[in-house]
Design a protein around this ligand. Structure first.
Ligand SMILES: CC(C)(COP(=O)(O)OP(=O)(O)OC[C@H]1O[C@@H](n2cnc3c(N)ncnc32)[C@H](O)[C@@H]1OP(=O)(O)O)[C@@H](O)C(=O)NCCC(=O)NCCS
Length: 197
């Protein structure tokens, strides 16, 4: 008796490939071998670029918001996995490097609704951005992490589950908590990770 995966696997792959082609047809660029699981939410896909081997889990929201500027940019590098239920929306600019692994429910937003006018509800106030977000190559982002605008995450940085990142994260470091705090750093002389305490 063949295993269910052997029977349905190729059919599912065919359906997912077709789905990926359909939902990315208005993207700016889509590399080879990308895989997007249903259901992808995207309303302004024209300024989204995916490298090769990018995979998205179920129910992601990957988008740009054009209310701040006409051509925001969301660029995702090669060999990036974005876990299920994640949300990445650029009103200004978000860059994700190569070989980046994001767990489930990661939120990356370079903008918010302004709240400073007390005469208007926040929902009625314009979008504002503190600046772009860059995530360098080889990073790991834990489940439920939230990354806000004007933040640079250095190469091979590790962001703990549930962290809220509002400031730059150095390369080869581990940052956890709310707000994110440095707990470990790789020492290239000693060739090991050291506690930042
Ligand atoms: C960030 C992480 C990778 C660090 O792992 P680690 O290097 O083994 O860290 P340690 O277990 O040595 O923890 C070091 C300290 O940081 C704390 N810490 C670790 N992760 C934390 C987190 N996400 N939030 C807050 N504190 C955290 C620990 O409690 C410990 O504190 P202490 O020194 O006061 O005891 C890991 O804790 C993590 O969050 N992984 C993400 C898991 C995930 O999202 N999985 C999804 C499936 S892929």
């Amino acid at each position: 008796m063949p295993h269910a995966q052997e029977v349905f696997g190729p059919v599912l792959n065919f359906i997912f490939n077709l789905y990926t082609k359909l939902v990315t047809r208005e993207f700016k660029n889509v590399g080879e071998n990308c895989s997007i699981r249903p259901v992808l939410n995207t309303t302004n896909p024209r300024n989204i670029s995916l490298g090769n081997d990018v995979s998205l889990g179920i129910f992601c929201w990957i988008d740009t918001n054009t209310s701040l500027k006409q051509t925001p940019s969301l660029v995702i590098g090669n060999r990036v996995h974005i876990g299920a239920y994640s949300m990445i929306i650029a009103a200004d600019e978000i860059q994700v490097g190569d070989n980046v692994l994001m767990s489930e429910r990661v939120i990356i937003l370079d903008h918010i609704h302004d709240y400073t006018n007390i005469q208007k509800a926040v929902i009625d106030q314009p979008i504002v951005s503190k600046g772009k977000i860059v995530i360098e190559n080889d990073c790991f982002i834990g489940a439920n992490a939230v990354i806000m605008g004007n933040v640079h995450i250095g190469k091979h940085a590790v962001i703990g589950a549930n962290s809220v990142i509002t400031k730059n994260v150095p390369a080869y470091s581990v940052v956890v908590g709310v707000p994110g705090r440095l707990i470990k750093k790789y020492d290239f002389k000693k060739k090991k990770w050291l506690s930042a305490k």
